[in-house]
Design a protein around this ligand. Structure first.
Ligand code: NAP
Length: 296
């Protein structure tokens, strides 16, 4: 906690002091990141001497930029596309969940100058499922994850740690699913075996960056009598074509926006040493997602 917060003689007036706690989000591009609005809303509501800034870096300067922020001012950074794997490789140490995910979305600057990598995306995934599908449990039945990239790997690691016993990876490129199943407790399936991957499944998570369009549209879980929970990690648009099709098939759907919020909560605690306040952040983010005139 900074001196301005802990010393009652110093009233925080909304302006940053030289001892402000600073964190940010680093990526390429970063202009459309919602994280500065999310953390900024929490900071403003708490009235703490702190800031959260967007940090754009070129792909070839990621490591140099992260290393340049050591020294005391920065508490840590969130890491977004396309640097999550490189963030894990750059750090001196990693939490178990970051190591299991093979990627980091948080880097913390420790007082001794070393970097600690963490991954809170899995916590965000579970937060979203529990919030939008009340009563959902990781062990309610088989979980089918579509995709085999970094987000899918993090999802498998988090689901397995939370108690999911039957996890299936369904990916367009079967070899990539095989690679993942050699690393983590899950079974691999290719597009041509989608029916087996969906057989008896209770939860489906889309962790691809693809949608229903294109040469190889995403496979859909078959209609059921309402027992399947389907989540899409993508939140722009909030209802993706994949989620809309699953809803039309009678499945309960979960969008990706609460995953963003769920990964940010532990990040905020790690950066500023205090829990975020209870705010309608989902509504704040939805308002921010309305395109500005310059974005049209
Ligand atoms: P990634 O490592 O690049 O992996 C991409 C995955 O998508 C691969 O499995 C790839 O399959 C598949 N894919 C791409 N285009 C496809 C298409 N047209 N048809 C079928 N499959 C396709 O990306 P990632 O980091 O895992 O991220 C995946 C998604 O999750 C992104 O959209 C990201 O924005 C989202 N995400 C959201 C949150 C959140 O907070 N809500 C957090 C993390 C990630 P192949 O192996 O066959 O190429």
């Amino acid at each position: 906690m900074s001196r301005a917060m802990s010393d009652p003689a110093i009233r925080y007036d909304g302006l940053l002091s030289g001892g402000a706690m600073v964190a940010g989000v680093i990526g390429h591009p970063i202009r459309h990141s919602l994280s500065p609005r999310l953390h900024g809303a929490w900071i403003r509501a708490l009235g703490i001497d702190a800031a959260y800034v967007p940090l754009q870096t070129r792909p070839d300067t990621f490591e140099m930029t992260v290393n340049a922020l050591t020294g005391g001012t920065f508490r840590g950074v969130n890491v977004t596309l396309p640097f999550k794997e490189r963030a894990l490789a750059l750090a001196d140490d990693a939490t178990d969940r970051a190591a299991a995910s093979g990627a980091a979305n948080v880097i913390l600057y420790r007082e001794d100058g070393t970097l600690l990598a963490d991954n809170t995306d899995g916590e965000g995934l579970l937060y979203a499922l529990r919030r939008q599908a009340p009563g959902w449990q990781p062990d309610r039945g088989p979980v089918t994850v579509i995709g085999a990239g970094g987000a899918a790997r993090g999802a498998v690691a988090a689901l397995a740690a939370a108690g999911a016993a039957d996890i299936r990876i369904l990916n367009r490129t079967r070899a990539r699913a095989d690679t993942l199943s050699a690393l983590l407790p899950c079974k691999a399936f290719g597009w041509d075996d989608a029916a087996t991957a969906f057989d008896g499944t209770a939860t489906v998570i889309n962790a691809t960056s693809g949608q229903l369009t294109g040469d190889t549209p995403l496979p859909l879980p078959p209609a059921s009598d309402g027992g399947i929970v389907v989540m899409d990690m993508v939140y722009k648009p909030l209802e993706t074509p994949f989620l809309a099709a699953c809803r039309a098939l009678g499945h309960q759907t979960v969008d990706g926006l609460d995953m963003l919020i769920g990964q940010a909560i532990p990040s905020f605690v790690a950066f500023y040493g205090v829990a975020p306040p209870d705010l309608p952040v989902r509504e704040i983010l939805l308002a921010a997602m309305v395109p500005a005139p310059g974005d049209l």
